[in-house]
Design a protein around this ligand. Structure first.
Ligand SMILES: [Zn+2]
Ligand SMILES: [Zn+2]
Length: 331
């Protein structure tokens, strides 16, 4: 089989090896669609949780090719998406329903071989049946799970006014999830015209180009979906008294953020972050299957596996027309 491997920071190649054989409790998946996200770029650049060499790819779907002994929920031919974060279910955090902070955390495509390959092994519990939905939609199960966890943490209430900073793939998923939670009016901040247009298509009530166009002290919930520190540190300005700020975007490591302390006190703000997801995969699959969350407009490129290095370069250039790039290893 063909696979992509990041051998060390800034070194990626396509190679071949025999497909893996599933052991006890494992399923082997023929990968059909595998999304690239910011985390893959961080791994590529050596900025994030590097375990090299690594086969990247943690947002993927495919067909069960073979099952190992003791697998009960799947058989060959089943269509599945994968939750890449593997919790041990037995440490203090797992036993307290904080699986996203598992002390023995492993992740497919980060610490374990991932979905930028024609075949990959995952534990049975990481696979979720996606029914008949297109594989490239199933590849959004993981990022959508993270977004749903964030939305739950932000506790959006019926008729809330919500501001979302950034209309990249995550901001667009946030927009749709906030709407499902009952937000009455959603404003996005985005200066990339292609992304702003997509936000309008997906029923954003208002899209403004920069933060200076956003009313201050106005929103029940402000969500940063950029991870850009200059935006993150201004996000409390736009929350109303008693409002909530969710810092969702992944910021660069090793950098400080400066917040003016008094307004946070005076406005009684709730400031939250959100890390991966916690048992949100079924929700994500159901929202994708019923198309209550649309992902088709988010996909700008579908490429074969051999173009994975090219796809990383494409994403790094941050062109307005590039949205989600999905690799199709068995197309
Ligand atoms: Zn990701
Ligand atoms: Zn654990």
């Amino acid at each position: 089989m063909e696979y992509a491997v990041i051998e060390q920071p800034n070194q990626v190649k396509i190679a071949r090896m025999d497909p893996p054989t599933p052991g006890p409790g494992q399923v082997c998946i023929r990968v059909m669609a595998s999304g690239i996200c910011g985390t893959d770029l961080h791994i590529y650049r050596g900025e994030y949780m590097g375990h090299y060499p690594v086969i990247p790819g943690h947002e993927f779907s495919g067909v069960v090719e073979a099952v190992g002994p003791q697998v009960t929920r799947f058989q060959p031919g089943d269509r599945v998406a994968v939750e890449p974060n593997i919790a041990c279910d037995n440490c203090a955090n797992c036993l307290n329903n904080r699986q996203n902070f598992c002390l023995n955390w492993q992740a497919v495509g980060v610490t374990l071989p991932g979905g930028m390959a024609q075949f990959v092994l995952v534990p049975e519990k990481a696979a979720f049946n996606i029914g008949e939905m297109p594989f490239e939609h199933g590849a959004f199960m993981e990022p959508l799970s993270c977004v749903l966890h964030g939305i739950q943490r932000a506790d959006i209430a019926l008729a809330d006014q919500v501001a979302i900073l950034g209309a990249g793939p995550i901001g667009i998923l946030m927009l749709q999830a906030a709407r499902l939670q009952g937000a009455a009016r959603i404003t996005l901040v985005e200066n990339n015209p292609g992304r702003a247009e997509l936000a309008r298509q997906l029923n954003a009530d208002r899209v403004v180009e920069n933060l200076d166009d956003l009313p201050r002290d106005a929103f029940d919930v402000v969500i940063d979906a950029t991870g850009a520190i200059p935006l993150m540190q201004r996000s409390p300005d736009f929350a109303r008294h008693g409002g909530t700020v969710l810092l969702f975007g992944v910021p660069p490591a090793g950098q400080r953020m400066e917040l003016e302390a008094f307004p946070i006190f005076r406005k009684g703000l709730t400031i939250l972050s959100s890390f991966t997801s916690r048992r949100n995969s079924f929700q994500a699959v159901n929202l994708l299957a019923t198309r209550q969350i649309q992902v088709e407009p988010l996909i700008s490129h579908q490429m074969p596996l051999r173009d994975f290095p090219k796809a990383l370069e494409l994403l790094e250039r941050k062109l307005p027309e590039v949205r989600k790039v999905v690799i199709m290893p068995n197309a």
